[in-house]
Write a protein that binds this ligand. Structure first.
Ligand SMILES: Cc1ncnc2c1ncn2[C@@H]1O[C@H](/C=C/CNC(=O)c2cc(-c3ccc(F)cc3)cc(O)c2O)C[C@H]1O
Ligand SMILES: [Mg+2]
Length: 214
């Protein structure tokens, strides 16, 4: 039977990365995607911007929308303080299965809670299911037309507090026009665009960092 790209990405991690070494897992995926098969990970260039936002915030509660193969999950989890809560949502069972193995290879399974399901279904349940009051950081990297509805849903569910940060991937390519329009014009947010490139290419892309003002 044919393997899938996520399966081949996982094999590259298991072949080239050291168990328990998150940086070697990140490097193995970036090498695979740059030299063998492109995949929609946030990548090394935008990944450094993600790292700096996570490190600067030292967040106690993080939500990631769209785990995919777990690349950004590993990048984030490796920087979190020991008792931080980190939830990542993924509704494709195949991707979730690969991501669990990538996260485990990095030795970070204790720091991450991968929840299988749709963000729209799970966001309203997070408070009671996981005992989380608000998120300090949300990384949006799932279907681009879900960024705006899920942001409004997080507001409605009281999951954001004054100072919560939304960090959105792909605001240029593939683009999230309705989200950008909303977040940049809303008095409830202070936004800043971090110009970069689409992972493993020279095409422009970037991250939008938005602080919820309450
Ligand atoms: C609603 C919802 N709930 C839970 N998981 C969800 C979800 N929507 C998607 N997901 C999961 O997130 C992942 C989806 C991510 C979507 N990301 C993308 O479509 C994406 C696409 C590109 C891209 C750019 C240029 C090109 F020419 C081609 C592709 C680059 C990226 O960085 C991306 O994140 C996997 C999916 O199962
Ligand atoms: Mg992305």
């Amino acid at each position: 039977t044919q393997s899938t790209r996520p399966q081949r990405l996982l094999s590259a991690v298991q072949k080239n990365a050291t168990r328990g070494d998150p940086c070697s897992v990140v490097r193995a995926i970036d090498d695979f995607c740059r030299h063998k098969e492109w995949a929609m990970n946030v990548g090394d260039e935008k990944g450094c911007i993600l790292d700096s936002v996570v490190s600067e915030m030292n967040p106690a509660a993080v939500l990631e929308l769209g785990t995919y193969c777990g690349y950004s999950t590993v990048r984030i989890a490796r920087l979190l303080p020991p008792d931080a809560k980190f939830i990542t949502l993924e509704f494709n069972p195949g991707f979730a299965a690969i991501a669990r193995q990538v996260i485990a290879w990095a030795g970070l399974e204790e720091k991450v809670q991968l929840v299988e399901g749709a963000s729209g279904d799970w966001i309203p349940k997070i408070k009671e299911q996981f005992g989380i009051k608000t998120f300090d950081l949300v990384f949006l990297d799932h279907w681009k037309d879900r960024y705006l509805p899920d942001t409004k849903l997080m507001e409605e569910c009281g999951l954001l507090r004054k100072g919560s940060v939304l960090l959105a991937d792909n605001v240029i390519c593939p683009g999230t026009p309705d989200y950008l329009e909303y977040i940049r014009s809303s008095p409830k947010y202070e936004s800043r665009y971090f110009k970069s490139h689409l992972e493993y290419t020279k095409v422009e892309d970037g991250l939008e960092k938005s602080i919820f003002l309450g």
